[in-house]
Design a protein around this ligand. Structure first.
Ligand code: ZN
Ligand code: ZN
Length: 595
């Protein structure tokens, strides 16, 4: 019998649930996509005051969604605690709905002209302003924010499709905060002030077109400049959504023609040590040297060894963000670099900027200028996706209850799983004290081949979890292998832990914790294979070379976490995953003691 693993599973769990009871799920078929998106403006720095002026006397406001509208010409708002004060109006309100055409001024920015509705609330003395933007206006605003000085219309159209697809794929990223997207690069950089007729035309000329993969909007990542070689999405640490077969490492002959992709920068060792410490990476003694430990197949740095009076292994993504946040984002523009030692300073020679996954903006611009169409640009950067306005590919059926969404091509076969999932979720919420932040989305493939094609995972992987989506091999295949319920059990626990895991939490710890929390299992009795260091273990978990290696890596992760649990208790581990691991544990400096 074939043994099935999950990317995130599944080692010999002894525990097996009884068969699930009968289905109680209501069937609904997924329908169209939202034509309006809710965007939080001034997300990072919500203003304390907002001034609104009606354009041509057309603006209206209401103090609640169902209240009678009042016509206004000007409105000055202040936040006090969680209420909104309107100048000249004695009564305060907790919400305000604006519609019509108006200009708004806030945070010292130039006035913004808009004609989409906004909703305003207050929190802690700040105004929380949410715009209800038509999708195509949002796309035009993202083009203004993300494409800077693109000259080629075809490149702009390609970006319009990428931005729209990205929004469709990620859906309501901030649903728990009451909106869909923020206006920063966390979601997509939105610049309303930069929207003009040209960008609106670009959005309109591709209206509704998105990239499809396996019947769903693709995770259309894009980056400023890949430096001549794009990155495989799986290497964006802590962002498993980026793992997709169309986000591959490949060379980009276009962006390199533009020249200017090389950069050089310096960081003093003292500044670096301080920056790392600020982000919780403590280098013992005085920082003496930095060396590249591992690179990804694209040549990007994956792990570094930082040496003081001892060694610390640091993921390159944490290293870059520590320097970016604390010294400046201009220092390490990408992870495609060499590092050399020059006394008190480190010198970095690199190429490109950004993570390098998906569409390369500089390359797209060159393609456009050389006469390629936006379709060709998209086909080059997202190979295997299909461009279209309506669903292309698998006819997914959606089943749902209050707790879970299930996508399947065989609803009759899989409906019973809804009850099982709900039961597991309640069990985990009780045992960990953590609550699910969003409804899990289980996607059960019709065939093993479809699963492999879509996930890019080998056939011995049973399932994998990316964000809130759990992708599974066909349920009858897993049932036959005797691993259906234990796989779902493991993946659901993963999803819960992942949603609380602090960015940069090592994968071995997340994996090991899930295996530990899942209860009795035989991971520890698996054949031991030694891993050179923590970086090698991380690598084996993220991109295992073989089934055996993955199995050994799970065993090692489990053993490490079980030992930590013995020393510190389960609650400490749950706290660490949320707030960060103690440095010596995160970097593995202490783990090899006495082993
Ligand atoms: Zn966001
Ligand atoms: Zn490129």
């Amino acid at each position: 019998m074939k043994r099935l693993f999950a990317a995130v599973i599944l080692l010999f769990l002894l525990w097996n649930a009884d068969n699930a009871g009968s289905a109680s799920g209501k069937t609904s078929v997924s329908s169209g996509f939202p034509q309006t998106v809710r965007v939080r403006l001034w997300y990072l720095h919500p203003p304390r005051e907002l001034r609104l002026r009606a354009d041509a006397g057309q603006a209206q406001f209401r103090k609640c969604a169902a209240c009678k509208p009042a016509v206004v010409s000007t409105l000055v708002l202040h936040a006090t605690g969680s209420s909104i004060q309107i100048d000249g109006d004695k009564s305060s309100t907790t919400e305000l709905h604006i519609s019509g055409a108006y200009q708004m001024n806030a945070a010292g920015d130039p006035p913004l002209r808009a004609d989409f509705p906004i909703e305003i609330r207050a929190n802690d003395g700040h105004l929380l302003i949410t715009a209800l933007m038509p999708m195509e206006e949002y796309v035009a605003g993202v083009l203004a924010g993300e494409t800077g000085n693109f000259k080629s219309d075809e490149a702009l159209k390609a970006m319009a499709v990428a931005a729209r697809t990205f929004a469709m794929h990620f859906g309501s990223r901030h649903a728990l905060d009451g909106f869909d997207f923020c206006d920063t690069t966390h979601c997509q950089d939105l610049r309303i002030a930069g929207i003009d007729a040209h960008l609106r035309n670009i959005a309109a000329s591709t209206a509704g077109e998105i990239l499809w993969y396996d019947g769903e909007p693709a995770a259309a990542y894009y980056a400023a400049n890949c430096g001549g070689t794009s990155e495989d999405g799986r290497f964006i640490l802590g962002n498993d959504e980026a793992r997709a077969p169309f986000l591959l490492q490949h060379s980009d002959q276009y962006c390199v023609r533009n020249g200017g992709t090389q950069w050089r920068s310096e960081v003093s060792k003292r500044d670096l040590q301080r920056a790392l410490a600020t982000d919780g990476i403590v280098v013992p003694g005085t920082l003496r040297s930095v060396a590249v430990l591992h690179r990804t197949p694209s040549g990007r740095v994956e792990f570094l060894r930082v040496t003081g009076s001892g060694n610390v292994t640091v993921p390159a993504l944490m290293f870059r963000s520590a320097i970016g946040r604390n010294i400046g984002w201009d220092r390490l523009k990408s992870n495609l670099y060499d590092v050399s030692d020059e006394g008190n300073r480190l010198v970095f020679h690199g190429r490109g900027s950004g993570h390098g996954v998906g569409l390369c903006q500089i390359g797209a611009e060159v393609m456009g200028e050389e006469g390629h169409s936006y379709r060709e640009i998209l086909a080059f950067y997202y190979p295997g996706t299909k461009l279209g306005v309506s669903a292309q590919g698998t006819p997914w059926q959606q089943l749902a209850n209050e707790d879970v969404v299930l996508l399947t091509t065989q609803p009759d076969r899989d409906a019973a799983l809804l009850t099982l999932v709900t039961r597991f979720m309640h069990e985990f919420e009780e045992s960990t004290g953590l609550l699910y932040r969003s409804a899990p989305r289980l996607k059960i493939y019709a065939t093993v081949a479809a699963f492999r094609n879509s996930t890019g995972d080998p056939g011995w992987i049973a399932a994998s979890t990316r964000g809130r989506t759990i992708q599974l091999q066909p349920s009858d295949v897993l049932r036959q292998a005797g691993t259906l319920e234990s796989t779902i059990h493991h993946e659901l626990l993963h999803m819960l832990i992942e949603s609380y895991a602090r960015a940069g939490t090592p994968l071995w710890f997340r994996e090991g914790l899930v295996l530990y929390l899942a209860g009795p299992n035989e991971a520890q009795s698996s054949a031991r294979q030694s891993f050179e260091d923590t970086a090698a273990l991380e690598k084996a978990l993220r991109a295992p070379a073989s089934e055996e290696q993955l199995r050994a890596a799970y065993a090692e992760a489990y053993i490490r976490v079980a030992q930590l649990a013995q020393q510190h208790g389960k609650q400490a581990l749950l706290n660490w995953v949320q707030n960060g691991l103690p440095t010596e544990i995160a970097t593995g400096t202490r783990l090899h003691d006495g082993r």
